[in-house]
Write a protein that binds this ligand. Structure first.
Ligand code: 13P
Ligand code: SF4
Length: 303
């Protein structure tokens, strides 16, 4: 099938099966274009908890589809590319978190949604990049707050809140290694009137130059009102922004920041997901119930 035929097939299967397609802001442009809804991790989690459809095709990575499955057990959540994971989420497992907690008795645990269901189940509250500061500010404790798995988001949120946060030593390879201070210096001198938007998963040596630190959803909203930006996050977001605002000057801080996992989903995968109901996400009920407590606490704060 060529691209146009695939698009037609997806549209007709979607109608037949009464399905919806959700896509994260890092997905390739053609996937985002065919989606019913696009968003950052928080927006997609909120949508997943509200939408009513027998099938939801979740174009993103596994932890996002699992969060949707926990929040919406009535719908079948399909992850079109079965092996689309998040290496940062794999940087801490349930046993490592249990050991971390033992070293800090009584400390609350904040868990970035980029984590496994088991890790969420061992945590007190979840957060995303758009609400980490709010979540940490909501915690009243005289103990240090443990933050897993992203050390960069954890230390950035600690700075914003002034709270005592102990981050786990995890990171996103794309945001950690995708940008250099030299990239910042050279693009800032080439585009002096552009603002620099930085995702909080980036290394502090990059974050310190930011005019604004934002989630991907924050960047999409900012670009609705502004014309010029240098953007430090995964390239898919920049490509989609350039696609919807061809008249604006939107410059990636680096072309090398590519999340291979976010690029695994193609139109072909979506077609097969709809045609063969693949790959349905299943989360064990007892773990899902525990993880849901931490996710619901975050959603309650984000209303
Ligand atoms: P956002 O929630 O900002 O979309 O971030 C998700 C993510 O995986 C960033 O790498
Ligand atoms: Fe995970 Fe990084 Fe990819 Fe986001 S960009 S899904 S944190 S590997």
């Amino acid at each position: 099938m060529n691209k146009d035929e695939l698009i037609q097939e997806i549209k007709s299967l979607k109608k037949d099966k009464d399905a919806l397609i959700l896509a994260h802001n890092y997905q390739i442009v053609e996937v985002q274009e065919i989606a019913d809804y696009r968003g950052d991790s928080l927006q997609l989690a909120m949508l997943a908890s509200e939408l009513k459809a027998p099938k939801i095709v979740f174009c993103g990575v596994k932890f996002m589809a699992e969060t949707a499955a926990i929040l919406n057990p009535e719908s079948t959540i399909l992850l079109p590319a079965m092996d689309a994971g998040c290496p940062m989420a794999d940087m801490i497992d349930e046993n490592q978190l249990k050991a971390f907690k033992q070293n800090y008795p009584g400390s609350p645990v904040v868990c970035y949604v980029n984590s496994s269901v088991e890790v969420k189940a061992e945590s007190d509250i979840c957060c995303t990049s758009s609400n980490a500061v709010k979540v940490i500010n909501s915690i009243n404790t005289d103990k240090p707050i443990l933050f897993v798995p992203d050390r960069n988001l954890g230390s950035w949120a600690a700075k914003q809140t002034g709270k005592n946060v102990i981050p786990w030593d995890g990171y996103c390879l794309v945001h950690q290694w995708g940008f250099t201070e030299e990239d910042v210096r050279s693009l800032k001198s080439k585009y002096p009137s552009h603002k620099l938007l930085v995702h909080p998963e980036c290394d502090p040596t990059i974050v310190k130059y930011a005019d604004f630190v934002m989630s991907t959803g924050g960047m999409i909203n900012w670009m609705k009102e502004n014309d010029k930006a240098i953007i430090a996050t995964e390239i898919g977001l920049v490509e989609y922004l350039q696609h919807i605002h061809p008249e604006k000057s939107i410059i990636p801080l680096s072309n090398k920041a590519i999340c291979k996992n976010m690029k695994k989903t193609t139109l072909e995968h979506i077609y097969k997901a709809l045609k063969y109901d693949q790959y349905a996400i299943e989360v064990k009920t007892d773990i899902a119930q525990k993880a849901k407590i931490a996710i619901d606490r975050m959603l309650e704060l984000s209303k």
